[in-house]
Design a protein around this ligand. Structure first.
Ligand code: MG
Ligand code: ZN
Length: 246
């Protein structure tokens, strides 16, 4: 339903979905897997500095990726060993049918994400710079370098990819803004979302800060949650009445 209000077009109950990648669309954090298998072990000290809020994710990832020294075959093997949530493909189909846009926002690496989305058969739905926003990884022999084409100006949080800024830029008046995530790289995004699905560290962060959220494990839970939250009111009443009668 589109409503014109004061010359501005707003959408009512036309959700837009923003998803983190590492640990959310994938079952394991693929960035951590790459670093633990291919980087000098001091990457973990840098990770601790980020976890403690001493540095932003941009500085964190730039310093960590400089510690990787490995052949491309090993990089591919590390990526291919991580599985995508088996319910994500069905979730994409579900959202496409409803015409609800999905964006992937990630501090992680576009090279890695595109390879994994291809293995899940949904790569056509996600294009860098239009529906996929992540750090750009250049693979140059044994060395990797990073750049940040989608957040060229560093944000106040020091993000590699500023999810909060991208949500504000991309939601286009659609509501509710749905965010699905799992980690500390999502903590600024939840501040600008209306409906939050969270697991692991993000769930703990939401609970510790009194931020309302729905716990989830797989995208089937997200799909079921959205279906029951966003069903039109008359249909919801009918369903409730049917439940009361049964
Ligand atoms: Mg994550
Ligand atoms: Zn930011």
């Amino acid at each position: 339903m589109i409503k014109k209000k004061g010359g501005i077009t707003t959408h009512e109950m036309e959700p837009v979905i923003f998803c983190d990648f590492d640990g959310t669309i994938t079952q394991l954090d693929v960035t951590d897997q790459i670093l633990s298998q291919l980087a000098h072990p001091s990457w973990r000290e840098i990770e601790q500095q980020w976890m403690q809020g001493l540095i932003g994710s941009r500085e964190c990832l730039e310093r960590q990726i400089a510690l990787v020294n490995a052949p491309t075959e090993d990089l591919h093997a590390a990526i291919d060993a991580v599985a995508v949530d088996t319910d994500f493909t069905a979730f994409c189909k579900f959202a496409r049918k409803k015409r609800w846009p999905i964006y992937v926002l990630s501090d992680g690496f576009d090279y890695v994400i595109r390879r994994m989305l291809k293995s899940a058969g949904v790569e056509k739905q996600f294009r860098s710079g239009s529906t996929l926003f992540a750090s750009a990884l250049q693979v140059d022999g044994r060395r990797l370098t990073l750049s940040f084409p989608h957040s060229p100006e560093p944000c106040a949080h020091g993000c590699a990819t500023c999810k909060a800024a991208l949500i504000n830029r991309l939601h286009d008046g659609r509501r509710p803004v749905v965010f699905v995530g799992d980690g500390m790289s999502d903590r600024f995004a939840v501040d600008v979302a209306d409906v939050i699905f969270a697991k692991r560290q993000l769930l703990a962060h939401c609970r510790a800060n009194g931020i309302a959220c729905h716990p989830f494990e797989t995208f089937k839970d997200v799909q079921n949650g959205l279906e029951s939250l966003l069903v039109p009111l008359p249909a919801r009443r009918l369903r409730q009445a049917a439940v009361a009668l049964s």
